[in-house]
Design a protein around this ligand. Structure first.
Ligand code: ADP
Length: 228
């Protein structure tokens, strides 16, 4: 059973050519894959359809074979617990501590207090920020802030993590470190889908790559083919 499936998905915004056009693919549990393509190719739109900040104009998006068209109203937050999101600009609350930022999804989900502390500390250790929980986001470097963004996205143990240009603001060394961190997640049970226009970095990761061009899925490259 596929964890995520796009079936002939088209997404049009008013007044422009379709941002996505008849896109179909499936992602199995435990995969890590990239979505790449030029600026405006439709990468962000594709990810937004997965975490339900957009809806398709035509076609179907399924998560665990469930049609997301049926996920409406109060079911949307429940869906979002299964799908962690990482943004390029991390979108941390700057007046809250690292701890509070990472704890937020758990508090929203109603996780018991004792469990929250344990989960936050575990995940901060995992992203290499153990001991920094009292710091404010702006006291951290850009790379560290992005690690907090990732910690917040995975603290509720989502089945799927979508990341939109997570290394867009980072220098190559930090970008590589963040990619390694993301690459470690499938082994812990989170499937990872990353939009990136950084082809050199994507190729080095040797994972599956979906290539978008003007909204069309023009290639689906396996790791074996990348190595060739
Ligand atoms: P990418 O992430 O690959 O840069 P996007 O998904 O952001 O591509 O954009 C795909 C196309 O859809 C672009 O032509 C963009 O201008 C258009 N687009 C994206 N979001 C909106 C929106 N909210 N309203 C109108 N057009 C949009």
């Amino acid at each position: 059973m596929a964890l995520l499936r796009f079936d002939n998905v088209t997404k049009s915004y008013p007044g422009t050519p379709p941002a996505l056009s008849e896109v179909s693919f499936a992602v199995e549990e435990g995969e890590m894959l990239f979505v790449t393509g030029h600026s405006g190719a439709g990468k962000s739109t594709l990810l937004r359809l997965v975490h339900l900040s957009e809806r398709p104009s035509r076609g179907t998006v399924l998560v665990n074979e469930r049609n997301l068209a049926k996920v409406r109203g109060r079911k949307v937050p429940l869906h979002r617990r299964q799908v962690g999101v990482v943004f390029q600009d991390h979108r941390l609350l700057t007046d809250r501590s690292i701890y509070d930022n990472v704890a937020l999804p758990l508090l929203i989900a109603g996780t018991p207090g004792a469990e929250v502390g344990k989960r936050v500390r575990t995940v901060l250790d995992k992203v290499g920020l153990g001991g920094r929980e009292r710091a404010l986001p702006l006291q951290l470097s850009t790379g560290e802030q992005q690690r907090v963004g990732i910690a917040r996205a995975i603290v509720a143990q989502p089945q799927l993590l979508v990341a939109d240009e997570p290394t867009g603001n980072l220098d190559p060394q930090l970008a590589a470190e963040i990619m390694q961190l993301l690459a470690s997640l499938p082994a812990l049970g989170t499937t990872v889908m990353i939009a990136s226009h950084d082809l050199a970095l994507v190729k080095r990761m040797r994972r599956r790559v979906l290539v978008l061009d003007h909204g069309k899925l023009v290639d689906d490259i396996s790791p074996e083919d990348l190595a060739a």
